[in-house]
Ligand binder design. Structure first.
Ligand code: SF4
Length: 351
């Protein structure tokens, strides 16, 4: 197919893993000579999200809008949203989550490669190293949508990061749906990238608590000038009762122990002066079924003790098929006012 003057639009919903995938598809189209554009695009890519009911609705509404607004465009949809709601749209082709590689191959087959250009000019390279999750946290829909586990080999990760550094990227952001299920081991990956590439900075989309092992702490000490000093570590709650109901694989004392170890690290000076210690971000689910005032207070106290500079709060959202939905249906409801007040209290303690 002739690709001269063809344009495309990418729309991403959800996490950094989705973002990394969307970037990869956009790069593929750019490599074939297409130009990103919002004016009558020929191709539209939509990577959907269903982590919350609201997020899923936004994804579906956007696809309906795009289909209506750009009837001439070919729309490719993938991701976690429920495709039943859009299966009859005229100009739309659906690729389930386990067909994302097929989507990539399809995009590659559409046009003959013409020009090479870098997609991102931000100097931050999103590297997806893992996909899928079988942890089955009780509130989460992801394992129902992405239950196949995939890990990028360490060799491929090293080669990709070397190439990114050669292309002038200063920073690589490591992402995965659940990095705790990165098969060769998260700390081993980080160690190898630090030793075998000259990338200036490594950062992370989101680090599961259980990835913070002895080796990772040692890497933070030894390579503090090459590791982003902001670490996003989702804890979700500070109450052991709620963590257990959530099926999170750690307790409150595990959380404290890991954060305390990182806080003790004195960062090495960087070019041009000293660098501050590590800063933390987290995610908290507010109003999980059976969360009492006491449970919430424990979360608040723990967050205060750790001192997060960024806290994303999410009101509990019952998702289809999840255990938490059953717990939710059989528990006294927590009012919207209480959920709002708890969210505000959590946000107000950001340091
Ligand atoms: S670790 Fe838990 S919250 Fe994260 S994707 Fe897996 S099931 Fe969902």
């Amino acid at each position: 197919m002739n690709n001269s003057k063809k344009t495309f639009l990418s729309v991403n919903f959800g996490c950094r893993v989705n973002m990394a995938e969307t970037n990869q598809w956009s790069q593929t189209l750019i490599d074939q000579g297409l130009t990103p554009s919002k004016e009558s695009p020929d191709i539209i890519l939509v990577n959907t999200c269903a982590i919350t009911k609201k997020g899923e609705k936004e994804s579906i509404n956007k696809i309906k809008f795009l289909s209506h607004q750009y009837p001439q465009a070919q729309i490719y949809v993938t991701g976690c949203a429920d495709f039943d709601k859009i299966k009859n749209l005229p100009n739309t082709t659906l690729f389930k989550n386990n067909q994302k590689e097929d989507l990539l191959n399809h995009l590659k087959s559409l046009y003959t490669p013409e020009i090479k250009d870098k997609f991102s000019h931000t100097h931050r390279y999103l590297l997806k190293v893992q996909s899928g999750c079988t942890q089955f946290c009780s509130y989460c829909i992801v394992p129902f949508k992405r239950d196949y586990l995939w890990s990028l080999s360490i060799n491929d990760a090293v080669n990709t990061v070397k190439q990114a550094a050669n292309n002038n990227y200063k920073e690589v952001i490591i992402t995965g749906v659940n990095l705790d299920q990165y098969q060769p081991g998260f700390s081993t990956l980080v160690e190898t990238l630090l030793k075998k590439t000259n990338i200036q900075l490594i950062s992370f989309g989101s680090i599961p608590i259980n990835c913070i092992d002895k080796k990772f702490i040692e890497l933070l000490k030894k390579y503090s000038s090459r590791i982003q000093n902001f670490l996003h570590i989702p804890i979700q709650s500070g109450s052991n009762k709620i963590l257990s109901l959530m099926n999170r694989p750690y307790t409150k004392s595990d959380i404290l122990e890991k954060f305390n170890k990182i806080k003790k690290i004195i960062p090495r000076p960087v070019k041009g002066g000293a660098r501050g210690g590590f800063l933390f971000g987290t995610d908290i689910i507010v109003g999980f079924p059976n969360e009492t005032d006491q449970d919430f207070q424990e979360t608040l106290d723990l967050c205060q003790q750790i001192g997060f500079s960024k806290i994303h709060t999410f009101p509990f959202s019952p998702r289809p098929n999840t255990k938490a939905r059953i717990i939710f249906e059989n528990s006294p409801k927590i009012s919207k006012e209480i959920i709002k007040s708890r969210s505000q209290q959590i946000r107000s303690i950001q340091v």
